[in-house]
Design a protein around this ligand. Structure first.
Ligand SMILES: [Zn+2]
Length: 295
């Protein structure tokens, strides 16, 4: 199979999956249950979700391992099952991806801070990401995305752990919010320019943004990243519009058609891989795919 990076180099725009969490809930994941444990306890249901996205036209299967570091798993009493759960996550994804889709392993933030802001050392973070990366590669992942990240120190140590211990392609994806000055920054105060420079110099093969406030903002964020890192491929995985709170629940209302209308602008801004984050479904991915086929 041609590598993911070569296909991007050849000018292709690839489609990635949409949301995982909401689909797991539709299949019976209860509040307070560990989503990643479903890779072990309900592999068939997790695989059904991967298959739905494959059928929608995704080129990349994203694993159910977002909360797969020991930091996150220990909240569920699963801190000693990191290897088992993450290897299961990428094994399942590989089974659906076969040899004509790529497996992108998902890794989210630890939820902790390094000293002096928090109590964790760089070595603690390094070891946690190392453990997760090795397990994800063992199950057959091609690449790893550190996503929904907001802190540079955490990102750079995660990339280092992946680079030094695996052959995985590394993807760095931050979540930005609009600022009063018209720009964007993470909740840790990192703007796209600072992120792009740090991610590229840490060795990220692909950079980008996920989650946030929908496709309209994503167009501007991608434009900025392209300006800051013109030679690095870009991934964009927006939410299905602005989050709205209804009956105490956060929901995303942008329909597949509404979201798809903005996809061409995100590609024109410089994105090489397009997927979806919160609120996106296989129908959103199918709509994105049809836009790409029309271009
Ligand atoms: Zn999201």
């Amino acid at each position: 199979m041609i590598s993911l990076l070569d296909r991007i180099k050849n000018g292709e725009v690839l489609v990635c999956d949409g949301a995982m969490g909401t689909l797991l809930q539709d299949k019976g994941l209860k509040p307070g249950e560990c989503p990643e444990l479903w890779c072990v306890d309900h592999p068939e249901k997790t695989k059904e979700i991967h298959q739905q996205y494959r059928d929608a036209g995704s080129n990349i299967v994203e694993t159910n391992s977002f909360g797969g570091t020991s930091y996150k798993l220990k909240h569920f009493g699963l801190g000693d099952r990191v290897s088992e759960i993450n290897t299961a996550a990428s094994t399942i994804a590989r089974e659906i991806a076969k040899d004509d889709q790529y497996v992108l392993a998902s890794a989210g933030p630890t939820g902790q801070f390094m000293t002096p802001l928090g109590t964790e050392t760089e070595e603690d973070f390094y070891n946690a990401f190392k453990e997760q990366c090795i397990a994800l590669e063992a199950g057959g992942a091609d690449a790893i995305i550190f996503e929904t990240m907001t802190a540079l120190e955490e990102l750079t140590v995660a990339i280092k752990a992946a680079k030094e211990n695996t052959k995985l392609i590394t993807v760095a994806s931050f979540t930005f919010d609009p600022q009063q000055n018209g720009g964007y920054a993470t909740m840790m105060g990192i703007n796209p320019t600072t992120f792009a420079e740090a991610a590229v110099s840490a060795g990220a093969d692909i950079i980008g943004s996920n989650c946030g406030l929908g496709p309209d903002h994503m167009i501007k964020i991608v434009k900025q990243l392209k300006e800051d890192a013109p030679n690095t491929p870009i991934i964009a995985m927006p939410n299905a519009g602005m989050p709205v709170i209804e009956n105490g629940e956060t929901i995303f209302k942008e329909t597949p058609e509404q979201m798809a209308q903005k996809i061409s602008d995100i590609i024109d801004a410089g994105a090489n891989i397009i997927g979806g984050c919160c609120g996106t479904t296989p129908a959103h991915i199918a709509a994105i795919k049809s836009i790409l086929e029309e271009r």
